[in-house]
Design a protein around this ligand. Sequence first.
Ligand SMILES: Nc1ncnc2c1ncn2[C@@H]1O[C@H](COP(=O)(O)OP(=O)(O)OP(=O)(O)O)[C@@H](O)[C@H]1O
Length: 273
Amino acid sequence: MEDILVELQQVTIAYGSKPHDTTVVHDVGISLRKGSIHCLVGESGSGKSTLAYTTAGLLGKHAHIEAGQLSFPGGRALKLGSEAHKSWTRTKVGLVMQDPLESLHPLYRVGAQMAEAYCLADRTEKRASALQKAGALLRRMGIADSDRVLRAYPHELSGGLRQRIVIAIAIAKNPDLLICDEPTSALDVTVQRQILVLLRQIANSGKTILLITHDMGVVAQVGDSVSVMKNGSIVEEQDVYALFRSPLHAYTQKLLKATPRLDVPFWKQEDHQ
Ligand SMILES: Nc1ncnc2c1ncn2[C@@H]1O[C@H](COP(=O)(O)OP(=O)(O)OP(=O)(O)O)[C@@H](O)[C@H]1O
């Protein structure tokens, strides 16, 4: 229990209003370990984003939380959707979405947006020192020409660099939990790898990552543990190695069958699994 950051328990979420509402997340529980990457996989519409955004304290206005709590080691628990939960997310949770252009303001330089993140996290922070911290963070992330990047507008940067900036902004407030919703789906394969390496470094530095993806290849590359979601329920939760070695649920087996392999020609892959 000591290495658990937080547990999501009995989460049930619906869209619409009663009696015509539709439950899209049913009694879901997930344990998130400190310093690890927990992947949430499943087909489109299975409820991954709804669960992730609820955890991040951002729920669409047509959604309502029917039940659920966040439980911390030592017995503290926060009811999902409560003010205490929202206040926890403001300081302890960072969010990275699929399209970095949606997260970045097009009219402000990267430096200003990063500095703002530091100043929001610490109201006593001065802008000049926030900018210095932003530059130092970019260099730690392997971005050597940090001065140029800080002066740039988002549209002047590549997609991969923009996503790294979004991740930098998310971790500027030093959150315990980073929730990443398909952070590599909009990027080409070589850039995807850079982002996954960065996420691994962030987890190794002690942060917990909840990574939403529909790509079992991403799970294999960076995941430590994984929950498989289908029709709003978790059908299987395992360590990544165990899941790939012996998937228990028929749906997980199907997901793995759909993952391309290099050792078998694709037209024969069904026969070889
Ligand atoms: N604002 C909304 N109003 C009504 N239903 C919604 C709304 N947003 C999502 N849904 C429904 O909730 C279900 C879960 O959607 P959600 O986006 O959480 O799934 P997902 O697994 O993240 O899918 P994807 O991978 O395509 O993003 C789907 O049936 C979807 O149609």
